[in-house]
Design a protein around this ligand. Structure first.
Ligand code: IMP
Length: 449
């Protein structure tokens, strides 16, 4: 199985990092193919917690090659701080490779992300404000700055100047917003003013200083910059196993997710080919990762969302707070309509179900099996029309819950019969075998047989 893609089957934060970390044992290279530092992976190794936003989850194996593919958008400041953080903790990053063709998130992309959200006001998408959307937009407009541009001062300066020209108006509007927020917060109230201004960072940009700063990033990143598509091909050609690690998830996919409440890239398995530079035949297995329940951060439809005690239970027991932004995640029941959709869109061959332990203590478990539309129609498949999805009410099947602490279980047979029945129900409903079950945050807290 030389090529294996790991993708999110819900709205993100399913625990892909942990699954990647485990499956990486069998791999020679781990490649991220889309997204940027809007992602957040937490891996617990020997009781030590590691959080990554950009660096592939395989970095803790010093002998494996970790690749940031061409489809990723890279904030060089964040990447360097992750590299420095790992080095300080004694982790060798010598095998990290960054595609020369990956696009850079520039400081103005971060500002424009904030400006866009402020402008939308109540209609905002709840982005991570990391500059993801504006960076991918510049890529499509052919105004992007790529990693390779960091190595040539003249080209870098010219490209930044061109890219900035079309953004002046939006940046000026942000200046006005900033003044307005400061005024509203009142000059006397320094704390409130600070908070308001934090929402609208200073949009002044010094072209010279930005170029200099990025040239220095280039010097530091140079040893890692490579033709990563060729590198992937060489590994696959030699029969080595390569993992393509997705960030975000199917329902946040720009084309197949709940648009416009999505991210600006394609987190589905098919995108691994474009974002890493390999062919469709190079992907032999597709693992989808889903929580035993569901969560979502940011705005947008979420049919099985809970606002009751069960939702609170998931939030608290599951520590459902964003790794990247610290935001409280919205929680809800497992949604088989959405999961079946993710299975189909990704051509999934296996499922990993994470955080089963979090459901311990709930008397009854509910699983959405179909939706009912506003007009009363029964919907077995995920609706493509946003108005139908917004009005869809899930219909549930109820299963008995389990009370025991399952975090010490290492075999299916160790699980209470109710937990096993719950997994079997999901497996049958999704139509894909479950290959791995997570019962706690530690990498050893998994069941594989
Ligand atoms: P952006 O990717 O920052 O543009 O945000 C767009 C939407 O995707 C927002 O609803 C974010 O909350 C969501 N999002 C982006 N990255 C992640 C992630 O890693 N996990 C969960 N949600 C995410």
């Amino acid at each position: 199985m030389p090529g294996l893609a790991i993708v999110g089957a819900q709205w993100g934060d399913e625990g892909k990092g942990k699954v990647t970390d485990l499956l990486a044992e069998r791999a020679d290279a781990i490649v991220r193919f889309q997204g940027g530092n809007n992602a957040g992976h937490t891996i617990v190794r020997d009781g030590e917690e590691f959080k990554f936003h950009l660096i592939p989850s395989g970095i803790l194996y010093s002998e494996k090659t970790c690749v940031i593919g061409n489809g990723v958008v890279v904030d060089p400041r964040i990447l360097l701080s992750e590299i420095d953080g790992l080095k300080r903790r004694g982790v060798d990053v010598g095998n990290l490779r960054i595609s020369a063709n990956a696009h850079l998130i520039m400081p103005y992309h971060v500002l424009l992300d904030t400006a866009g959200e402020l402008k939308l006001g109540k209609l905002s998408l709840g982005t991570t404000r990391r500059g993801i959307g504006p960076c991918y937009a510049d890529k499509a407009l052919r105004l992007g700055i790529r990693v390779q541009d960091l190595l040539d001062e003249k080209i870098l300066r010219a490209k930044i100047r061109t890219a900035l020209a079309s953004k002046q108006q939006a940046l000026r509007e942000l200046s006005v917003q900033r003044r307005k927020l400061r005024k509203e917060a009142g000059e006397g109230d320094r704390e409130a003013a600070g908070q308001a201004i934090g929402d609208a960072p200073d949009p002044r940009i010094d072209l010279h200083a930005m170029t200099e700063e990025h040239i220095s990033y280039g010097h530091r990143l140079e040893p890692h910059i490579a033709d990563t598509a060729k590198l992937c091909w060489e590994k696959l050609d030699a029969g080595k196993t390569v993992i393509f690690e997705g960030a975000q998830a199917t329902l946040l996919d720009l084309d197949h997710g709940t648009y416009p409440f999505v991210t600006s890239s394609n987190p589905i398995a098919g995108a691994a080919t474009v974002g890493a530079g390999v062919g469709p035949n190079d992907i032999d297995e597709v693992w989808g990762v889903a929580k035993a329940y569901a969560t979502r951060v940011g705005a947008g439809p979420f049919p099985t969302e809970l606002e009751d005690g069960a939702g609170r239970h998931m939030l608290e027991r599951g520590h459902e707070y964003g790794t990247t932004t610290g935001r409280e995640r919205r929680c809800g029941w497992m949604d088989l309509v959405a999961l079946r959709y993710a299975v189909r869109i990704n051509g999934m061959t296996s499922l990993a179900i994470t955080k089963l332990d979090v459901l311990g203590g709930l008397e009854t478990l509910r699983v959405a099996v179909r939706y009912r539309s506003r007009e009363g129609a029964l919907l077995d498949s995920f609706p493509y029309h946003q108005s139908i999805l917004h009005g869809a009410v899930p219909e549930y099947e109820e299963l008995p819950g389990f009370d025991a602490d399952i975090s010490g279980c290492r075999k299916l047979a160790d699980l209470p019969s109710e937990a096993r029945a719950y997994l079997e129900y999901i497996e049958e409903g999704a139509g894909v075998p479950i290959g791995l079950v997570g019962v706690g945050p530690g990498r050893e807290q998994v069941i594989t047989d």
